[in-house]
Write a protein that binds this ligand. Structure first.
Ligand code: NAP
Ligand code: ZN
Ligand code: ZN
Length: 348
């Protein structure tokens, strides 16, 4: 066992604080990683504050991990000491169900093991995530990361990047398609960059007027304020796709109206509260409302390679671990440009 330093939430209403715990020794197929950077996803906040229910304390969040391999087990074939690697939202799955077989480990029919706050496959304990100095992960769940791009800007690709890339690929976004991105935060800004890189015409749909200039710089052609009723009415039947990244309860029906006939609205944001969906905006335009969870390992590697080739990274504000409380507060206010990333060398 190796003692690692970390930051943990001890209860839903307590800010994260220093914590230490033991990681397992690397087993035959395991890779031990020294964590260099970890992104701050809104899911970390939902979990630390038990907004989705089921948080096990102490909870160590963090699933946008980039680091260096320090040790490998005797059966590891893909990685060696010194390699630059990433770990995303999950670290294990059953490996034998049809979804695991089809590289869709995120939809493992027997329940995958997420990087934090998730039972291990043998049910002996629960996982602790990337706000820590090191992590030990089976090589199947470890990704190769190019050294060509700044690693602090690559870290958010492990969740925000793949969560937006996967549905755009799955539902076949193509050049010339019109897509609305709802919410310009961590996921939203990656959706803008990725959709623009695929040749789509991107409109940011935001409640924050101050983000207009950034939206254009990120690759959006248009910026529309969702708080303006006339603007929203004028956008009816405009989009082939909408990707909704909003973290809090809001009215889905308002956005469904903005889809063209056969348009698809993809939910990736995960507000804790449900919101009623009326049949009418779906029926009236043969529209679809769908959801998507991160991406499988094969597709995550494909996304990392795609981003390395195209030079796509996240726009980040690097923070020290003791700024995490402030980073959570600013994220909750929508004041993030556009992902906080923790420099893990600040965790002593
Ligand atoms: P984030 O950086 O906080 O961005 C969320 C954005 O939503 C905000 O910047 C804001 O954009 C908008 N927003 C927030 N509160 C709102 C409200 N009350 N009304 C309207 N708009 C609001 O969060 P994130 O890290 O991108 O995560 C977004 C959501 O996706 C979270 O719920 C997270 O748990 C979930 N998630 C899902 C997956 C998946 O696999 N499906 C993966 C990762 C995260 P504007 O200021 O532009 O309006
Ligand atoms: Zn995430
Ligand atoms: Zn499975």
């Amino acid at each position: 066992m190796t003692l690692v330093k970390a930051y943990a939430a001890q209860a839903a209403d307590k800010p994260l604080a220093p914590y230490s715990f033991e990681r397992r020794e690397p087993g035959e197929k395991d890779v031990e990683i020294k964590i260099l950077y970890c992104g701050v996803c809104h899911s970390d906040i939902h979990t630390a504050r038990n907004e989705w229910g089921g948080t096990m304390y102490p909870a160590v969040p963090g699933h946008e991990i980039v680091g260096k391999v320090t040790r490998v087990g005797s059966g590891v074939t893909k990685f060696k000491e010194g390699d630059t690697v990433g770990v995303g939202c999950f670290v294990d799955s059953c490996r034998y169900c049809s979804n695991c077989h089809d590289d869709l480990e995120q939809y493992c029919e027997n329940g995958h093991t997420q990087t934090y706050n998730s039972m291990t496959q043998d049910k002996s304990g629960y996982t602790l995530g990337g706000y820590a100095t090191a992590i030990v992960v089976d090589e199947h769940f470890v990704l190769s990361v190019s050294d060509k791009l700044p690693l602090e800007k690559v870290a958010p690709l492990l969740c925000a990047g793949i969560t937006t890339y996967s549905p755009l690929r799955h539902w076949g976004l193509k050049a010339g398609d019109k897509i609305g991105v709802v919410g310009l935060g961590g996921l939203g800004h990656m959706a803008v960059k990725l959709a623009a890189s695929m040749g789509a015409e991107v409109t940011v749909l935001s409640r924050s007027a101050s983000k207009e200039k950034d939206a254009t710089e990120l690759g959006a052609k248009h910026f529309k304020l969702t708080t303006n009723k006339d603007t929203m009415a004028g956008l009816a039947n405009s989009f082939n796709f909408i990707i909704d990244t909003v973290s809090a309860q809001h009215d889905y029906n308002e956005y469904l109206q903005l889809l063209k006939t056969d348009g698809v609205m993809i939910l990736v944001g995960a507000p804790p509260q449900p919101d009623p969906v009326s049949a009418f905006p779906l029926i009236m335009g043969r529209r679809s409302l769908v959801g998507s969870l991160v991406g499988g390992l094969k597709e995550t590697q494909e996304m990392l390679d795609y981003c390395a080739e195209k030079g796509i990274t996240s726009d980040v504000e690097v923070i020290s671990i003791d700024q995490i409380k402030e980073a959570y507060e600013r994220t909750l206010k929508g004041d993030v440009h556009y992902r906080f990333v923790i420099d893990m060398s600040t965790l002593h």
